[in-house]
Design a protein around this ligand. Structure first.
Ligand SMILES: Cc1cc2nc3c(=O)[nH]c(=O)nc-3n(C[C@H](O)[C@H](O)[C@H](O)COP(=O)(O)O)c2cc1C
Length: 362
């Protein structure tokens, strides 16, 4: 068994798989279910100085994930302090408390939630692209409490500038990313927009978000030397490993926990464990940043190198041929055949082959 334990900003986690702020941490009971489901720590739903008034409908399943227009918690912070946080603390797991949004609000909230917090997570979701309000919120939190302060970034256009600003303001870690939007969905049977928000807008989460989230974590990890909790589209162990490889120390899951239930945390942790074992790694730490270290070896090749084809592994399914616009691969008698002189080396067939019979030459 690989070593799944990690430490982020001095907090020890039994495994690196956490809930991301949202419905999985909406109440004490929900957080206890995350603990029973195998999470490495707990993260509570964002609270602010006043309860949110949330439009309905506010969640819709779409291909690739969810649209949501939930805001912060509809429960008052007093209820979290009196009931929900103490229930979560009974699990014995570290509790990361998410609060929002402005410096003034953070200064009021941080000391009140501090008795239950192993760390704070500051949501920047409604603060816009300018890093200044985020910087002020981090400073307010750091001045108010002595626990680590993580800042959660929405996909800013320039994540490195945001991350450097966060580090400069004293953040102890970065959570990336929040859901992406605004987006839109339509019910084709009725012509109604899927979300009940004033503009009908919703924010995207789930598997469709993963490439954006990975890029953001990759950018942040190369800009600052802070622990990163990678969030966005994770539902299985290999998703999590991808985030570790681009520099995350731990991962957060929201959409998959909503759609599959809180057992997803333990399941993903076990899948990471198995993947590490099968690939000869002894710990999470060994794969962290691997894709950053290897990226230069692979970057910007221009030669049209055809893929390598292992005909023994080929099952003759034909997916490679169906997607080759150059006509460079065809299936003859249940085996793929490459026509190298036609190949542009685009790599699509390699990523489509379910049998991994195709690979990119080193
Ligand atoms: C219904 C819903 C509610 C959410 N509420 C919050 C929240 O209160 N605070 C926050 O920081 N992020 C919130 N998020 C964003 C998630 O924490 C996460 O960053 C995002 O959904 C991407 O991760 P995922 O693909 O695993 O869902 C919410 C997401 C969803 C889908």
């Amino acid at each position: 068994m690989a070593n799944l334990a990690v430490a982020i900003a001095g907090i020890s986690l039994r495994n690196p798989v956490l809930p991301a702020a949202g419905p999985p941490g909406w109440s004490g009971e929900a957080m206890r279910a995350c603990a029973a489901g195998g999470a490495g720590a707990l993260v509570s739903k964002t609270v602010s100085v006043r309860p949110a008034v949330v439009p309905t409908p506010n969640m819709a399943a779409i291909p690739g994930g969810l649209l949501n227009t939930e805001l912060w918690s509809e429960l008052p912070v007093e209820q979290f302090i009196e009931r929900e946080y103490p229930l979560a603390k009974e699990t014995g797991l570290p509790l990361i408390i998410s609060i929002g949004y402005t410096a003034e609000e953070i200064a009021a909230l941080a000391p009140r939630v501090r008795p239950f917090a192993d760390a704070l997570e500051l949501s920047t979701h409604y603060l816009g692209d300018d890093p200044t309000p985020m910087v002020e919120a981090i400073r307010a939190a750091k001045a108010a409490v002595d626990v680590p302060v993580f800042v959660k970034l929405s996909p800013f256009r320039d994540m490195q500038t945001a991350a450097r600003a966060a580090a400069g303001a004293g953040a102890d870690g970065i959570v990336a990313i929040n859901s992406f939007g605004p987006c839109l969905g339509v019910d084709v049977e009725t012509g109604r927009l899927l979300m009940g928000s004033p503009e009908g807008y919703g924010w995207l989460s789930g598997p469709a978000l993963k490439p954006l989230a990975l890029r953001c974590v990759f950018d942040i990890a190369r800009a600052v030397d802070l622990p990163i909790i990678g969030v966005g589209g994770i539902s299985k162990g290999t998703d999590a490993v991808e985030f570790l490889m681009v520099g995350a120390s731990a991962v957060g899951i929201c959409t998959a926990a909503i759609l599959q239930g809180p057992q997803v945390f333990g399941r993903v942790a076990r899948q990471i464990d198995r993947w590490l074992d099968e690939h000869g790694y002894a710990s999470v730490e060994e794969v962290r940043g691997l894709a950053i270290r290897r990226w230069r070896e692979w970057a910007f090749r221009t030669a049209h190198v055809p893929p390598l084809l292992d005909q023994d592994a080929c099952t003759g399914c034909g997916l490679c041929q169906a997607g080759c616009v150059y006509g460079a691969i065809c299936v003859v008698e249940q085996k793929a055949q490459l026509i190298s002189e036609k190949c542009y080396g685009c790599g699509l067939c390699v990523t489509r082959c379910p049998a991994r019979a195709l690979s990119i030459a080193a």
